[in-house]
Ligand binder design. Structure first.
Ligand code: PMP
Length: 307
């Protein structure tokens, strides 16, 4: 995994990777004032397709709106830039990183200009939690760090600054030998992983923390809720206590980068059978069939790069 490419779209044009730089006094570098997306493109029988491109770019604009950041391009232009970034770099599978940030606008906390610089990078990025994670499951822990409280920083915005919290959560977990850390919310209920939303399966019902649990409202979470309901499963968005993880039949984490990852233990307590369970397997398969164009795309979620 190199996370490089030949070209990066930057402020309206495709430029060579090495030239996509910014000033050291960029506002975002000092204060975390950036908003971004992580999107995947998958190889399908009709060529590369970007999954839920429209929804991701809408979330980028929503994140910018919360911070009064002005993106000087239309949604359509950014979506086109995403397609170009895949196409011109010759990728079939890719991870896309569109982002908007306050650049060289001065170091005052509230600069006069809220006009963002905008970049779309594409790169190859394999299984985020490791090659074996999808089949074998992962070992995770509950973090000593809580997620942001709702009246501190808005977690519905996918903003650079929020990821200091995620770095504390995942860094602590990794130093202690776990693959990922799970955070509780300010009330002590389950929130989310450092970069993933959570699903607990008990007696055939799926439970996932509600948006009031200070989560990023993930698009993979939304896709899984959709796929589960389509298959007749009941899905409940409600507060979940920590111990529900230990007593779950199955537990899995979802995210664009992580995809659908079974969890085999939490805090060194085995979850269910300690391996990928049947409902996780079914939904994981349904997810990959959908994103790879192997199943009907009833919602028009695939944006084909070569159209
Ligand atoms: N929570 C956090 C904190 C994340 O960073 C991510 C990854 N973007 C998710 C949840 C999952 O969101 P999505 O499914 O939209 O990628």
């Amino acid at each position: 995994m190199t996370q490089t490419s030949e070209f990066i779209w930057h402020n309206g044009e495709m430029i060579p990777y090495q030239q996509a730089t910014t000033h050291v006094l960029s506002h975002a570098l000092h204060y975390g004032s950036s908003v971004f997306e992580g999107i995947r493109a998958y190889d399908t029988p009709n060529g590369p397709a970007i999954f839920r491109l429209d929804d991701h770019i809408q979330r980028l604009f929503d994140s910018a709106k919360i911070y009064r950041m002005e993106i000087p391009y239309s949604k359509e232009e950014i979506m086109d830039a995403c397609k170009q970034a895949v196409k011109e770099n010759g990728f079939t599978n890719a991870y896309l990183r569109p982002f908007a940030f306050l650049g060289h606008v001065g170091l005052g906390l509230n600069p006069k200009s809220h006009l963002a610089d905008v970049t779309v990078a594409a790169m190859e990025w394999g299984a985020y939690l490791g090659d074996e994670s999808l089949a074998q499951g992962v070992d995770v822990c509950v973090s000593s760090w809580s997620r942001l409280a709702p009246n501190t920083m808005p977690t519905a915005a996918k903003a650079g600054g929020n990821y200091l919290s995620s770095q504390l959560i995942s860094g602590e977990a990794k130093r202690n030998g776990y693959v990922e850390g799970i955070a509780l919310d300010v009330n002590g209920y389950l929130s989310e992983g450092a970069g993933e939303n959570l699903f607990v399966v008990k007696k055939g019902v799926l439970y996932t923390p509600p948006t009031t649990a200070c989560i990023l409202p993930g698009l993979t979470r939304d896709t899984i809720i959709h796929l589960a309901k389509e298959r007749g499963y009941e899905v409940r968005e409600e507060p979940i206590a920590r111990e529900a993880l230990y007593l779950a039949d199955e537990f899995f984490m979802v995210g664009t980068a992580a995809e659908v990852v079974p969890v085999r233990s939490v805090d060194q307590i085995q979850v269910g059978e300690g391996k990928r369970g049947p409902i996780t397997t079914e939904l994981q398969q349904a997810y990959f069939d959908l994103v790879k164009g192997q199943a009907a795309d009833a919602n028009g979620w695939l944006a084909f790069v070569n159209e």
